[in-house]
Structure formats: structure tokens, C-alpha cells
Ligand binder design. Structure first.
Ligand code: SAM
Length: 373
């Protein structure tokens, strides 16, 4: 590892449509030592063949770097999917149950979350539920197609190749059984910047500082005070970088230009969320980004909650104590200041920060619900 920050573990989701954690421990991970926590994996030497079973998301493994899992049989057959822990939060938080009917994944390619939704649905022995996966970009839709087939979920996933979710008629009879929507729109990608598979940029100073969540400082990198970290950040004077859906990076030298880009993304993200609110039978939605900026995260949530449509249709945020267990227990929450001081909304929002010692990328997810509890 050339980076100086904490090692980023390899996150591997066992695709329960094709395999089980036990099967994988006996095959792909044969000879790996199982340690209790992700911190143990992070502190193990690179190449040491160490793993832990994640405590928040079921069927997720953190392994020490040094093994190329893309060469394994399990990867080639779709039995395992390489997916960062944070990227597993939306489907898990959406928690599609057999009684929930059909599910929409509005921005689906390459298909990590589509296939995760599929695994959750099949894991509950649901044979009626369908997933409608929209992907506007035809090229990326091809990857989605391949991934869905590889994961063994093509028989109940309908892919709308090249289709813009914003052009879908929510009243279309085809979607009358849709009650749950997963929204993972294009974003600044600022949460993935600096991962060891990307150029080693530093995070730009954003409206929300990239640090451990309030009330849970203990996992911040050992020995670094906030002031020291801030001084190092300033010394390094970070270039502001946006990573698009295809992994292309754009460097911004002017803060004004960066903010204009974030604003444009946020406006699209809000439009998408408000459109999802109009699906007549929808009762739960997740909204996620791999951005660290409040403009794309808490601010979008606040605007959505105060919209006429949310008020008229009874949409509210999915409170922390109503979330599925692993997400309730995830300690890093939304930024209270970015939520205009609303602690309930901030607690409901789920954040992750890279380099805070938890081994995940920067990410944000919030759930919305309507109707009776
Ligand atoms: N959910 C994906 C996953 O976990 O693998 C990643 C989604 S990526 C952040 C956003 C995707 O949304 C891109 O592939 C982009 O082409 C697509 N997209 C953007 N705007 C869209 C729209 N209006 N309708 C459908 N897809 C859209």
C-alpha cells in the first residue's frame, strides 16, 4: 500500500442467491484467519489472509488486501460481489419484504445495489416480487445486464436499458405493485476520492467536514487531534475533485466552479427524490450518494421533507429507531448543523467517512416512509 492512511479492507458481499457465507469460508477463504473486528483486519499485515464477518450488514466479509478476488472462481460465477460496506447500506436499509411488492432501482448500473436487493428478496423466499432497474446510459446498462445475469437474478429483474427514470410515468400500470424505491443517483463521487484504487487525492474542504460522526469520536485515526488533522489538510491544500459515474475525475481549482457543480447535481438529485414520492403506492424509499458534501446529502433531505409533495403525500424520514437493526446500530449519523439543528433528522441520516478507521468509503443514505408504521 502506497497510501499513508489506514488500509482499506476488501469488502466482499456473499451473493446468497448462489452461495452462503459458510460455503465461501470453506472455499474462497480457505486458510484465512477469522478475527473479531474490522479494526483487526485493518491492522493485520497486507497479504496476511485475515477476515472478519461484518457486524452491521449480513453476508458481508472484510478481508485484508493482498488477495486478488477477481481471479477467484466465486467472483467469476457471481457467488461473491466486491462491494464496499457503505454501498451495501441502501438495499439493506430499504429492507424489501415479501409483503412490499415490487421494487424500483432508479439509477441501477453497474448493479451492485440491484443485485443486493435481489439477494435480500430471494433470501426471504419471495417468488412474486420483481425489481425494475432503470439505467439511462445504454453502455452502462450493458454492464448492469451482465451483472444481473451473473448474480442469478435475471429471472425477476426487469432492466429498462437506456431509460431515464425521470421520464417514467408513476401512474403506469406496470408499476402498480411498486411500494419501495432505491435511489442512488449520480453524485460528485467525493466519498470515493482517495481510495487506494484511485489517485491519492485529499478531500476538499466541504460544507461538511470529513471526520468521525458526532458522539462517536473513538474510531478517529489514533493520535491525531482535529487541529493537527486540519493543519495537515491545509498544508496539503487539496485539489477539489469530482468523480463521475464512469470513474473519470475532474479537478476543480475554483471553489465557485465546484459549488456550481454540486448545486447542479443536488438539483437533479432532489428532482429524482420528489419524483419517487409521487409513485402512488410507494411507502418506502432510500436516497443515497457516495458524496461527502452536505449539499448533496442532508440539504437534499431537508428540501425533500419540506416540499409540498412530501407534506401532501405524508412522506417523512425513516427515524433511526425504526431502521433495520444493523443500520440503527451504525454509529456515524448525519451532521446536525447541516440539518439546520434538527437532531432527529440528523440521527435518521446515515453517514460514513473514509479514513475514520472503519475501513469504508465516504457515503450517505437516508430512508423515507409514508403511511402507518
Ligand atoms: N446503484 C449503482 C450501483 O450500486 O451499482 C450505482 C449508480 S451510479 C451512482 C448512478 C447511475 O445512474 C449511473 O449509471 C447513471 O448513468 C444513472 N443515471 C443517472 N441519471 C439517471 C436517470 N435520470 N435515470 C436513470 N438512470 C440514471
Amino acid at each position: 500500500e502506497s497510501r499513508t492512511g489506514p488500509v482499506h479492507p476488501r469488502w466482499i458481499r456473499v451473493n446468497t442467491i448462489k452461495s452462503t457465507v459458510d460455503d465461501q469460508l470453506e472455499t474462497t477463504f480457505k486458510g484465512f484467519e477469522i478475527v473479531p473486528s474490522v479494526q483487526d483486519v485493518i491492522s493485520a499485515p497486507v497479504g496476511s489472509k485475515t477476515l472478519c464477518l461484518d457486524g452491521h450488514v449480513p453476508n458481508l466479509i472484510a478481508a485484508s488486501p493482498g488477495t486478488d478476488f477477481t481471479k477467484t472462481e466465486a467472483y467469476k460465477t457471481g457467488a461473491i460481489i466486491l462491494q464496499d460496506k457503505a454501498s451495501c447500506f441502501p438495499a439493506y436499509l430499504l429492507d424489501p419484504r415479501p409483503e412490499d411488492g415490487d421494487v424500483i432501482d432508479a439509477c441501477a448500473a453497474p448493479g451492485n445495489k440491484t443485485t443486493h436487493l435481489a439477494a435480500i428478496i430471494r433470501g426471504r423466499d419471495s417468488t412474486e416480487q420483481k425489481i425494475y432497474a432503470f439505467e439511462k446510459d445504454r453502455n452502462r446498462a450493458k454492464t448492469l445486464d451482465m451483472m444481473v445475469k451473473q448474480a442469478g437474478s435475471d429471472s425477476f429483474t426487469v432492466i429498462h436499458r437506456g431509460q431515464d427514470f425521470l421520464k417514467v410515468d408513476p401512474g403506469d400500470k406496470a408499476y402498480k405493485k411498486v411500494t419501495a424505491l432505491l435511489l442512488d443517483p449520480s453524485c460528485s463521487g467525493s466519498g470515493i476520492v482517495g481510495r487506494d484504487d484511485l489517485p491519492d487525492f485529499h478531500l476538499p474542504e466541504g460544507p461538511v467536514k470529513a471526520s468521525a460522526g458526532k458522539g462517536d469520536k473513538k474510531a478517529a485515526p489514533a493520535g491525531k487531534t482535529d487541529r493537527k488533522r486540519k493543519r495537515e489538510d491545509n498544508e496539503n491544500k487539496p485539489p477539489a475533485v469530482v468523480v463521475d459515474d464512469d470513474g473519470e475525475t475532474t479537478e476543480f481549482t475554483s471553489e465557485k466552479d465546484l459549488n456550481a457543480r454540486i448545486e447542479a447535481l443536488a438539483s437533479f438529485q432532489l428532482t429524482l427524490l420528489l419524483r419517487a414520492f409521487t409513485f402512488p403506492h410507494a411507502k418506502k424509499i432510500t436516497y443515497s450518494t457516495c458524496s461527502v458534501y452536505a449539499g448533496e446529502n442532508e440539504h437534499v433531505v431537508l428540501k425533500a421533507l419540506s416540499s409540498e409533495i412530501a407534506k401532501n403525500q405524508g412522506w417523512r424520514i425513516l427515524a433511526r429507531d425504526r431502521q433495520i437493526r444493523g443500520m440503527q446500530e451504525w454509529p456515524v449519523r448525519g451532521d446536525v448543523d447541516a440539518c439546520d439543528g434538527d437532531e432527529t433528522v440528523a440521527e435518521a441520516c446515515i453517514r460514513t467517512y473514509r479514513d475514520d478507521g472503519r475501513g469504508v468509503m465516504g457515503f450517505f443514505v437516508a430512508g423515507f416512509v409514508r403511511g402507518d408504521d
